[in-house]
Every structure is written in C-alpha cells, then in structure tokens.
Design a protein around this ligand. Structure first.
Ligand code: PMP
Length: 423
C-alpha cells in the first residue's frame, strides 16, 4: 500500500469521498488520488516521494509555480504581523488599485475569498442594480457552486455527469437560463424569449471548465451588443483568465468591455483571495454605500492580499506572457505532432498558457463537442502520463495550466511521454 492509498482510506472515513473538492477524487480517470507533500516550481512531490511535472498548478491559480520565493516571503512576513484583523489595511487598497489599473472595465473592486463568492456576489449586484431576476449562462462554463449557476456546468459537474444538484431550489434553477457556448443565435433567442427580464449574462470569456474552448470570433462582441441593447449587464467570469491569459485579462485580449468582472486564482498568488469589480456606478450600489448587501470576515485577508500583491507585482514587472505563449505553442505543436504520429485523433484547445486535449478529430466549439470527445482515452492518457511522472488534471473537462517554471525540459519530457502513448 502506498502512503497515498493509506491516507485516502483514512480520508474517506472522515471527508466525503476523501476529498474537499470533487474533481480531486480521480472519479472519472479511476485510481487513488495522489496526496502531495510539497511543490517547487513546476513540480509537485507526493507523500511517497515521487516527483511529477505539475500541469494542474492548483487549477490555474499558480502562474509562477509552487512556492515562488517572493510570494512565500510576502505571505510569511504579513502573517507575522497578524493573520486577520477584520478591519481595513493599506495593502488591500494597493491590491484594489493594482486590479483597477490592470483591467480597463474595472473602476472599483471588492475583495472576497473564493471565485464562488465573487460570482455569487456579482450576480446579486447585477440583480439588485437592474431589478431583474434572470441570468443567462452557457453550457459547460463553470462559475463556482452558486445555487443558480450549477445547471449545465462544466468542471466537476461535467466530470461526474451531474444533471443538476439536489439542494438547489426550483426557484433558483428557474432564474437561470442556459444556452450553448459560441452560439450567437441561441443567445439572441434567449434575449428575445426573456425580453426585459435578464439581469446579467455570465460567461467565461475563454471557456476553461469543459476543457479549453476559446470564444469564436465575434461571440463576445455579440453578447456585448445584446446586453447593451437590452439593459442587461455583461459579466465576464475571469477567475481563470484574469492575469493568466495576459495582465489585462481576456477583456483586454479580445477588446470587449464587460460591466462586471470576477477574478480569483492568479490574483491570490495561491491563497484564498478573489474579487468582483466593474463600473463604479454599479459597485456603489453595494453596502455600505448602497442597499445591496455583501460582506466577509476574511475578505481582504492580509496574508492572502500580501501574496496576491506579490504575484501581481511579478506579473507586471516580469511580463511572463510572451514566454508562456512561446512554451505553450511549442507544447501545442508537439502534442499535435505526437498524437498524429501515433494515429490518435486529437484536438488541442488553447488560449495563452491555458489548454487541454480533446480526443476527437472534430473542432470543439461547445459543451456538446467537449462531451463527444473520447474521455475513456483521456483516462488512459492521464494514467500513462502519471506513470511517466507528469500530473495532468484528472478529468478531460479541465484545463492544463502552464506556469513560468515549465521550460523546454519539462515540455520535452511531456512530449516524450506522448510518443509512447499507444492510445
Ligand atoms: N469561475 C471560474 C471560471 C472557475 O474556473 C472557478 C473555479 N475553477 C470558479 C469560478 C469558482 O472559484 P472557486 O473554486 O475559487 O470558488
């Protein structure tokens, strides 16, 4: 028995499924989840002492790899000065200023502790500000485990094929309208059907929870037009793309301006720190200025904020994005060539340092396409790579994330492992 197997057995008797978040359980790829002891740069080391190139990077949260010294030092020194005050601090203001300066559409921002909290709060704000109830979302996108946003979700909901979740009230489900991603006609039809009733459209500007599916040309612009024409707020969920696809997020890359934005992952430097922000006139509808309530004991937590500031400082000073793009392109080209050489149909979805492999020869534009890929083959691929010392996400519906510490050596190791994958 490995130490991971031992720990998993113990975990299962006190934690449902042995994990604190479902996809970690290896449910769709089979086998025992690997328990990690530590991480360094591009690598993680498990409790049995095995070392893996890590392409999960805490589900995209780590842009600079594990235990980046600047981030660790910033968090440690902040912790030594007090781990939580429940009162405002200078660094919170600095982090808010940094976010506002980075994202063109964000004039004001509020810090929270998770992406779920960010989307939940932004949706409440959108409803409160518009006086409307309905939210349009897209199949295969994931916005956290907010009641009204689960139907048709990607990530773990897709991995486990959960149609909806018990515990979500009919009312909450009723207030959610869904449409296929990258289908402008379906979005238009939803606006028509619910004319004057849509508070917000929430979308991942690059879908990354059904595997990576970039927006089709014009799709985001079309959503912007529909929203503007009908007084609906456009909410970009940039929890993954923010500070990962580029310093200014997907909104800068695609030149489309949302009304509201949610952030998480990279902006917290690997700590529980997230945010929602947008137009000042909307944000000032929040308490204590306005009547829309939102709060948090640990919001703007000083340790998380110090780590987030350190991460964003690195992102601004080092501008890692061109090099990430170069490494990602090498990997993408190599993967394509490697699968082709072995006669394995595969499509790569990629945007910047975010990507995923779909085992299908068809282009993947939406959730139906992502589901149509061969997920049993993904499971075999996952275990083949794991045996070669490479940790991929344990689901074909999740993104692979590069960090700045993935260099040509790690790419070469991965491509070598692809060459020996028979299918
Ligand atoms: N939005 C998106 C786009 C996400 O990918 C995620 C999590 N993967 C969330 C929201 C929820 O964030 P969290 O897990 O921090 O609650």
């Amino acid at each position: 028995m490995t130490r991971s197997e031992e720990l998993f057995a113990r975990a299962r008797s006190v934690i449902p499924g042995g994990v604190d978040s479902p996809v970690r359980a290896f449910g769709s790829v089979g086998g025992t989840p690997i328990f990690y002891r530590r991480g360094e740069g591009a690598y993680v080391i498990d409790v049995d002492g095995r070392r893996y190139v890590d392409l999960v990077q805490s589900w995209g949260a780590l842009l600079f790899g594990h235990a980046r010294p600047e981030i660790v030092r910033a968090a440690a020194s902040a912790a030594a000065e007090g781990t939580s005050f429940g009162a405002p601090t200078e660094r919170e203001v600095e982090l808010a200023e940094t976010i506002v300066a980075a994202l063109p559409s964000v004039e004001m921002v509020r810090l929270v502790s998770s992406g779920t909290e960010a989307t939940m709060s932004a949706i409440r704000l959108a409803r409160g500000a518009t006086g409307r109830d309905l939210v349009l979302r897209f199949d295969g996108c994931y916005h956290g485990h907010v009641d009204g946003l689960l139907a048709g979700s990607g990530s773990g909901v897709a991995t486990f094929g959960i149609p909806g979740s018990p515990g979500v009230t009919a009312g909450a489900a009723h207030d959610t309208v869904t449409a296929p991603y990258n289908d402008p006609e379906a979005a238009r039809a939803a606006f028509e059907r619910h004319e004057g009733r849509l508070a917000a459209v929430i979308v991942e500007p690059v879908a990354a929870n059904m595997g990576v599916v970039p927006p089709a040309p014009g799709f985001l612009e079309h959503l912007r037009q529909l929203c503007t024409a009908s007084g609906t707020l456009l909410l970009f969920d940039e929890v993954i793309t923010g500070f990962r696809i580029g310093y200014g997020g997907a909104q800068t890359r695609f030149g489309v301006t949302p009304d509201l934005t949610t952030l998480g992952k990279v902006m917290g430097g690997g700590f529980p720190c997230a945010a929602f922000g947008g137009r000042a006139d909307l944000m000032e509808r929040l308490a204590p200025v306005g009547p829309i309530y939102q709060a948090g004991t640990l919001s703007g937590n000083p340790v998380a904020v110090a780590a987030g500031l350190a991460a964003l400082d690195l992102a601004r000073r080092l501008d890692p994005y061109p090099e990430l793009e170069r490494v990602a392109t090498t990997l993408e080209d190599g993967l394509r060539a490697g699968f082709a050489a072995n006669g394995i149909p595969a499509t790569i979805g990629r945007a910047g340092s975010m990507f995923s492999v779909f085992f299908t020869e068809r282009q993947v534009r939406d959730f139906a396409g992502a589901k149509d890929a061969d997920h049993a083959r993904y499971a075999r691929f996952f275990h083949h790579l794991l045996a070669e010392g490479i940790a991929l996400p344990p689901s074909g519906y999740e993104l692979w994330s590069l960090c700045t510490e993935h260099r040509d050596d790690e790419v070469a190791q991965l491509l070598e492992a692809v060459r020996s994958f028979a299918g």
